[in-house]
Design a binder for this molecule. Sequence first.
Ligand SMILES: *Cc1c(COP(=O)(O)O)cnc(C)c1O
Length: 457
Amino acid sequence: MSTEKIPYKIYLSEDELPKQWYNVRADMQKKPAPLLNPATLNPVTPQELGAVFCDELVKQELDETTPYIDIPEEIQSFYKMYRPSPLVRAYCLEKTLGTPAKIYYKFEGNNTSGSHKLNSAIAQAYYAKKQGLKGVTTETGAGQWGTALSMACSYFDLDCKVYMVKCSYEQKPFRREVMRTYGASVTPSPSMTTEVGRKILAEFPDTNGSLGCAISEAVEAATSTEGYRYVLGSVLSQVLLHQTVIGLETKTAMDKYGIKPDIIIGCAGGGSNLGGLIAPFMGEKLRGVADYNIIAVEPASCPSLTRGVYAYDFCDTGKVCPLQKMYTLGSGFMPSANHAGGLRYHGMSAILSELYDQKLMSAVSVEQTAVFEAAQKFARVEGILPAPESSHAIKVAIDEALKCKETGEEKTILFGLTGTGYFDMYAYQAYNDGKMSDYIPTDEELQKSFASLPKTN
Ligand SMILES: *Cc1c(COP(=O)(O)O)cnc(C)c1O
């Protein structure tokens, strides 16, 4: 089919949508390290995890051998409301860059929550409902996850309590109102509603909050309220599993036209969109069927893969969650206050950390002014106003395409465009006003943060 012109958008029919998620751990010879109980330092048991997470999700979290896991009918139906997401050939961007490279992006922003997070939110809400729970608690930073979860919970008639990082709560009132419109209750974190929140406020009364701190509050609220469990929008292996619909759709669409990406690029915060996009391709790489150059892109101001250490660490500031072995900057790490572009989490998915450690993928870090420059260039020719997070991937896709221009190579580049940036206009404003700056943490700062790693390592 190579003579046929590739359409601007490659869609799939409903019949071609994935009916199973793909569990990449099944094809990994060396698996990610087990989660540890922070008190005993033994691997967590399903019973222990069951106090925090829904039973079916605990099973998925701990399952490292089943390659394909059925997507329940109800979730498939919900997916059909906004999936398949388009796989777009960036003809206009290619032309502007004057590159011989062929650029494709998988756009996950075409739903009200504006990002890929809905793919996992709906799965997690479904399993909570099926277990007969009353509701779920969670944290949200920039607000995309809280928005996605509130949509999913309203669909299944579940209560949804969101702890929103305080600075975002104040800077992003519209995100907050979207969540409330879908019926969620939104509390700025740290708050006085939990013990851990009161403790953090007593120590740091002026804190703007952090994701790690909001996680601790949400976990406490779940474990101390009858009929509630905690859900998380990234990092966990179950979340990467749900996000594989991104990669599976992409693979089916590309296979239809005989396209094979040479380079696959994604932004990495906790690793869920990247893990989902690359999963079926990484599976082929692990099975020795095909090879791909896979690149994770992270902010230079929060560089967990490129400058972090691979060690057991706390997932949250309050140190209540299981310990996870991951590339981390230390759970006390706070990105600089001028950091506008999302992707602020101190650690990285255990699956991606292990794949990265095995050198099956690489990582680069980029500075935020360069990211917004790429975002603007992309918006002006491709039309979509990208989320700052997604724009990290755009930046590196453009860099790779420009390298092809120099060498004349006609490489095929695929990147994940995870969402839209309509709620990030303060960040765009700072960029447009020339007031955006870059900040790269010093080695001393990172060393200080590494000192807070637990002594298990
Ligand atoms: C949350 C988010 C990310 C980063 O999260 P990952 O788990 O690393 O995928 C990236 N882009 C958008 C639009 C997001 O909302």
